[in-house]
Write a protein that binds this ligand. Structure first.
Ligand SMILES: NC(=O)c1ccc[n+]([C@@H]2O[C@H](COP(=O)([O-])OP(=O)(O)OC[C@H]3O[C@@H](n4cnc5c(N)ncnc54)[C@H](OP(=O)(O)O)[C@@H]3O)[C@@H](O)[C@H]2O)c1
Length: 250
């Protein structure tokens, strides 16, 4: 995609979202989501992975009023986390979190992605939005990370999770900065996101905005290859800086 196309893509998406995409919502799982939430009502969120990223984002969304089911292969280990967050938080298995959720956050090491795809792509494909915060890291994830980096992280996640409405987000900022950003006042931090489906980008943008960031759509899911640590878009940046950097990428 050419640079001006990236910017145009972002602009088109914001226009679609800002324009209230009622027509676009027809006959999709998003229509069910929109009808059940009315735009402002809480979204039921499930996390696959409840470690540093799943635990932190899930906690932030609980604090903004969303019910969250944190999942683990050992949900009993999440007792302290959910007890500390109050009645909107609960713990479950991965299956239970997917069944519970309108929106799913993927926050597992990339080496788990083939298994997550094999076991859950079908169920995840029935969700309006799956946020992919995962990163392929070769030293941690091995060969699958080499493959994903070569293919591009967005395209790789799409191949591992066929039929799933993926928006890549939250990939390029360390978890330790998140609570401080969510609580601070003043200008928001830009959060680059990438996805193909405007009806998935809309609720993703809402969830990004509610925890103190300004979403910046950098392009379709394939542009998610730029949403990685130690890449030009990584770190804490203003929305305008994110837009300027994104315009240099293809
Ligand atoms: N840490 C950061 O600052 C940061 C920033 C941006 C993106 N990321 C990316 O976000 C992802 C999560 O990172 P993290 O730092 O949150 O990792 P983490 O603290 O190690 O947590 C990983 C979670 O994944 C779960 N998990 C592992 N294998 C699984 C499987 N096969 N099925 C289901 N759940 C599985 C674990 O749950 P159980 O073992 O309890 O089942 C654990 O809760 C990674 O891809 C990472 O690169 C991290």
């Amino acid at each position: 995609m050419a640079k001006h196309d990236v910017v145009d893509f972002a602009r088109r998406n914001f226009i679609r979202i800002a324009g209230g995409a009622a027509a676009l919502l027809a006959a999709s799982p998003q229509a069910v989501l929109a009808a059940s939430t009315g735009g402002e009502a809480p979204l039921k969120i499930g996390t696959i992975g409840s470690g540093r990223i799943g635990g932190t984002f899930g906690s932030l969304w609980v604090k903004t009023g969303h019910p969250v089911m944190f999942s683990s292969r050992h949900p009993e280990k999440l007792k302290d986390l959910v007890d500390g967050l109050g009645p909107l938080a609960r713990a479950g298995t991965v299956e239970e979190a997917i069944a519970f959720a309108d929106v799913v956050l993927l926050a597992v090491p990339y080496h788990a992605m083939p298994q997550v795809g094999k076991d859950y792509a079908s169920a995840l494909g029935r969700k309006a939005l799956v946020i992919d915060a995962t990163n392929p890291i070769p030293r941690r994830d091995g060969e699958i990370a080499d493959w994903a980096l070569k293919k591009g992280a967005g395209a790789a996640s799409a191949e591992l999770l066929p039929g799933v409405r993926i928006v890549r987000a939250f990939n390029a900022i360390g978890y330790a900065r998140l609570p401080e950003i969510a609580e601070r006042e003043g200008d928001p931090v830009g959060m680059p996101i990438a996805g193909d489906d405007a009806n998935a980008i809309a609720p993703a943008s809402k969830l990004v905005r509610e925890i103190g960031f300004e979403p910046v759509v950098i392009g379709p899911l394939v542009m998610g290859k730029h949403l990685l640590p130690r890449q030009p878009l990584a770190g804490v940046r203003s929305p305008e800086e994110v837009r300027k950097i994104a315009a240099t990428l293809n």
